[in-house]
Design a protein around this ligand. Structure first.
Ligand code: ADP
Length: 601
């Protein structure tokens, strides 16, 4: 409590007033005492002078001859009760010849220098012709006295005797003590007033400061709506208005920062890339939701200062290898795979407010799609080149042989027929590729028309009748009665059905069973082609709709397949708002189901 400014003020004021009063008091008291003594001295001198002037006996040169008269004169003289007069005479021995002392009988005739009530130095001074005075203690009664000596001169100016007067200073002591009491009381009152005024003044200074401190405390707790009342124009008033200005500025800045932070938070939360901030100790200090998902971490774990290296996928970027003193190692880019997702990771340092490196910002970009597309593109080019290489090599070798002379007509015709077949294969491949490209770029113009799917199915089977009979397959056709027409691109759907049924014919050993059915259910037509052929192994089923994917490459190629049929079929069916599903048990058979909406525009 006493350490507060208020109390410091009060104590300082108190001490100042106390010291001032004490000094003033000491001066006043001592001056009063000196003044009183001086007055008493001059009064005593005047009265001695009067005695000397008015007494004819004292005017005599030989006081001894008129000793009795002198005694009478002094007795009659009106002296105060506290005053004693001594008349000293004698050249060689200054002897007391008259006195008003109560112990007169003891002092008369005594050597004045040996009387301890009198001061010999004063007597000797007087004998030298000087008047003198001195204050001192009465050794017997312990009271203060004023001693005055006055020389009496003969007619020729020689000192004939000395008048010695002693006055008790009791009155002076009383006056001085009284004054001291008054001053002490005045000091006490002044001190009380000082403490009271000091309290008021200190309060007027400290209250606003306390107010500012209280508000600043509130602000430190995050409550920025703090304003102090400006009560004056002085320094404290300026402090208050400066505080208000500061609060306003701080509030504005914090609002701006909040806005920026919330913008950044939203960007971080909704951006497609994962962002992680790691401090120089390798601890994750920030991670956005994508990054958390990627690291398989929960936010709570992040709050527990998870070490960067413990986040499993990040062990790939060994943070310990990063040298924070070498800026070159702090920037980089790597690609890596987590759970078949491919990520491009870029990292760069961030600096703290002191411009020192505070850690790393690591951005994870999911490039799985691009990666996949890139591999598909490469694979596609490789596949196309491979598909073209075989027929071109065949054509080249047959033409070279043909160009040699001496080949008979029959053999030439045989060779030409091979070349013709290979050309057909290439033409098919190019046609399929073109169709795929058109589907990819959505350049295909669909010629939608109302078609009877039952009729279309029968026409297709008619076209494939030769191939079915050639392989001695049994064909079962199951078409529901009274089916409505469907709006489709007839040629495209015909191609799909031909491809699916051809596959069943091709990939079913001779004398197989092929069942083609057509039914309607909930606004959808279902075409099902079922065979008891070779079937497709489990591991290949997943990729069967990919371009150029073939289960047995050699066999498919020999059978004239390009490996593009099913992928084209899938794209056509999907463009009609339908679905194509392939079910197969290896060695037992395959079922392909095509689902088409009745009226998809
Ligand atoms: P292809 O022109 O080679 O027939 P597709 O895309 O039509 O190309 O078929 C891809 C592959 O799927 C074929 O090479 C074949 O191995 C397999 N396949 C398709 N249909 C059947 C089926 N009904 N039975 C067995 N395998 C099939």
């Amino acid at each position: 409590m006493f350490s507060t400014i208020k109390w410091k003020f009060i104590v300082v004021y108190f001490l100042l007033v106390f010291i001032a009063m004490v000094i003033v008091g000491i001066f006043i008291i001592s001056k009063l005492e000196t003044q009183q003594i001086a007055n008493i001295t001059s009064n005593m001198e005047q009265r001695i002078e009067t005695i000397l002037r008015s007494s004819s006996y004292l005017a005599e040169d030989d006081w001894l001859s008129v000793q009795e008269e002198i005694q009478e004169t002094v007795n009659e003289w009106r002296l105060g009760t506290n005053e004693t007069l001594y008349v000293i005479f004698g050249d060689e021995v200054p002897t007391i010849i008259a006195s008003t002392s109560r112990s007169n009988h003891r002092v008369i005739g005594q050597n004045a220098l040996s009387i301890n009530k009198l001061d010999p130095t004063l007597i000797l001074k007087a004998y030298e012709g000087e008047k003198a005075n001195k204050t001192g203690e009465d050794p017997n009664e312990n009271t203060r006295e004023n001693h005055v000596v006055y020389p009496a001169f003969t007619g020729v100016g020689k000192v004939k005797g000395v008048i010695y007067m002693v006055t008790d200073l009791e009155n002076v002591t009383i006056t001085v003590n009284e004054s001291r009491k008054i001053l002490t009381n005045a000091t006490l009152i002044a001190l009380l007033i000082t403490v009271f005024l000091g309290y008021l003044i200190a309060s007027s200074i400290t209250e606003p400061i306390r107010d500012v401190t209280k508000k600043a405390e509130e602000m430190s707790r995050g409550n920025f709506d703090q304003f102090v009342e400006v009560r004056s124009d002085d320094e404290i008033g300026q402090l208050a208005s400066m505080f208000n200005h500061l609060t306003l500025k701080l509030k504005e800045t914090i609002q701006e920062m909040d806005l920026e932070r919330s913008k950044l938070d939203t960007i971080f939360s909704y951006m497609a890339e994962g962002v992680i901030a790691v401090d120089t100790n390798g601890e994750i200090i920030h991670a956005n939701p994508i990054a958390l998902e990627l690291l398989n971490m929960k936010k709570i774990e992040l709050e527990k200062n998870m070490e960067f290296n413990k986040a499993l996928p990040l062990q790939l970027i060994n943070i310990n290898d990063i040298d924070y003193n070498n800026e070159k190692t702090l920037e980089g880019e790597i690609n890596f795979e987590i759970d078949s997702q491919v990520y491009k990771v870029k990292y760069a340092p961030f600096k703290n407010e002191k411009k020192d490196i505070g850690g790393l910002i690591i951005v994870f970009q999911d490039i799985t799609k691009e990666h996949k597309l890139d591999s598909i593109r490469k694979e596609f080019v490789a596949n196309v080149s491979h598909e073209l290489k075989t027929p071109i090599t065949t054509i080249k070798s047959y033409t070279e042989t043909l160009m040699d002379t001496g080949i008979d007509h029959e053999l030439s015709m045989q060779f030409l027929s091979v070349i013709d077949n290979e050309c057909d294969r290439m033409a098919r491949l190019v046609r399929d590729l073109l169709q795929l490209s058109n589907l990819d770029y959505q350049k295909t113009i669909w010629k939608k028309e109302e078609v009877s799917l039952a009729k279309l199915l029968k026409d297709v089977l008619q076209k494939l009748d030769f191939a079915i009979k050639e392989k001695k397959h049994e064909l079962i056709l199951d078409i529901e009665d009274n089916l409505p027409n469907i709006v489709i691109d007839k040629d495209a759907i015909e191609r799909v059905i031909i491809n699916i049924v051809s596959n069943s014919i091709k990939y079913t050993n001779d004398k197989g069973k092929i069942k083609v059915s057509l039914k309607m259910l909930d606004e959808y037509m279902y075409i099902t082609v079922e065979d008891n052929g070779l079937g497709i192994p489990e591991e290949d089923k997943r990729r069967i709709f990919e371009r150029f994917y073939r289960v047995e490459k050699g066999r498919s190629r020999d059978l004239g397949g390009t490996g593009l049929g099913l992928s084209i079929a899938k794209q056509i069916i999907e463009a009609h708002g339908g679905e194509i599903v392939l079910e197969s048990i290896f060695g037992e058979g395959t079922t392909v189901e095509i689902k088409l909406p009745l009226n998809y525009v």
